[in-house]
Each structure stands twice: as C-alpha cells, then as structure tokens.
Design a protein around this ligand. Sequence first.
Ligand code: SIN
Length: 266
Amino acid sequence: MNTISVRPVTPTIGAEITGVDLREALSDPVIQQIREAWLQHQVVFFRDQDLTHEQHIAFAANFGEPHIHPTVRHHPEHPEILVIHADENSKSVAGDGWHTDVSFEQTPPTGSILRLTEVPPDGGGATLFSSMYAAYEALSPAFQSFLQQQVALHRLGNLPGHRQDETPPSAFHPVITTHPETGRKALYVNQGFTKQIKDLSREESKAVLQYLYRHIENPNFHVRFHWLQNSIAMWDNRCVQHYATWDYFPATRHGYRVTLRGIPSS
Ligand code: SIN
C-alpha cells in the first residue's frame, strides 16, 4: 500500500503532505489518508503538483462534487474552476479579508482546493488560515453557551470579484456549528458574509460580531502558507477561515480553485 507522509506545520492547524503525485489516479487508501489528514489538520498543503485542469478536477472529485460559484467568474472551459488572478491592473483581489467560502448559501461548500501557477516574488501573496475549532475552544464556557443558542444571517455583500445581484443569496446558520464528520464544534461567523445575529439588536449584534472577528485574528489559531509555483492548499470550509494577503502589488499572482459542494444534512 502507498503511504503518504503528513507533517503538521503548527500544533493547531495545517499539515504538509508529501509522497503523492496528484496527477495520477489515487488508490482508495491514499484518498482515505488524505481525507483523514484534511479532517484532522483542517488545511493540507502539497508542493510541486503540475496538474492540468482536468487532473485538478479529478483530484477534487475524490472528496466531493464540484461547486459552481453563483457569481464569481469561472474558467471559460471549466465551470468547476474559479480563476484567481491579481496583477498591476487589479483594484482589488478575491479573498483579501477573513472569510469562509460561500457561507451565504444554504449548504455552503465543504472544501476548496487552490493551486497557484504564478506566485509573486519574495514570499508575497501568502494565504492565512485560521482554525475555527481553536477559536471556539478559546472562548469561555459561558460565552460558548450563549453563542450556541444564536443563529446568524449570511449574505453575499460587496466583495471584490463578486457580481452584484439585485437579490443577493443569503442563508441563516448557527453561530456555533458541529462539524458533521469530526463532531468538533466550530465558530461559524465571518467578516466576508455574516451580516447579523438574528435575535440580537443591530447594536448588540455588531458588538458581538466585531469581538468575534477580532478574536479569530489571534495568531495562535493560524497557519501562514507561503506559496511556490504548483503548490496546492486544500482547506475545510466547515472549520477554517482564510485570508489572501495582497502585499505584492504590482506583481502577478495566478491560480485556480475547485470548490467542493456542500452536503445537505439529512
Ligand atoms: C480564496 O479562495 O478566497 C482565495 C485564496 C487565495 O487566493 O489565497
């Protein structure tokens, strides 16, 4: 049996996986090992994966169905692929702020698999990932139980790279969710899309959300991933937020993301 190697990069979140060539069809045991590492470490990283778009989509299909983004520009030949691009003409970049992908949908995506093909010089364009398990676990038990009774509205707002619809998609989600596969509790509000905690006044909701957004910025919950050409990051949207730094203007950063469709709870 093939064995891959999984090396954690912080005690809390993130692991690098080596010993696997993602261009090839993977055996069931290898897929299982990657899935287990992804669930345990919340985001996993691969290096030197020079995939075609078809291989990228095929790798993602081992972990779920592809999600087609409702508003962001797709790859012209592959609707499953989002193009991530910034250069000297960019006025904004996708993901430049803490967020959970597509949390404004009723059943948000389980995961996202991003490959960069062009990386800015000098370590620019890193992506930060924050563990929402760690964020939840660091709250006091009294605040945890208060939040467990709350539900929040998520809505597509004014984010760079998103087309604005007249009626933007929206959904309510519990502020504290239970991961359906690991059973761990996670904080589930994000600056990108969460608008209001339903049963609080606007002012109360704003104060609580601002506190939580500051809380998730604690570096103890984070891993910072420095990209190289053909690196891949595969994160679990059910327990991770991420932030794409834009510290490299006017250099170019380019890549492709396949997102995994959410699974409705039965
Ligand atoms: C995103 O998926 O939000 C973009 C992440 C990145 O470009 O690092």
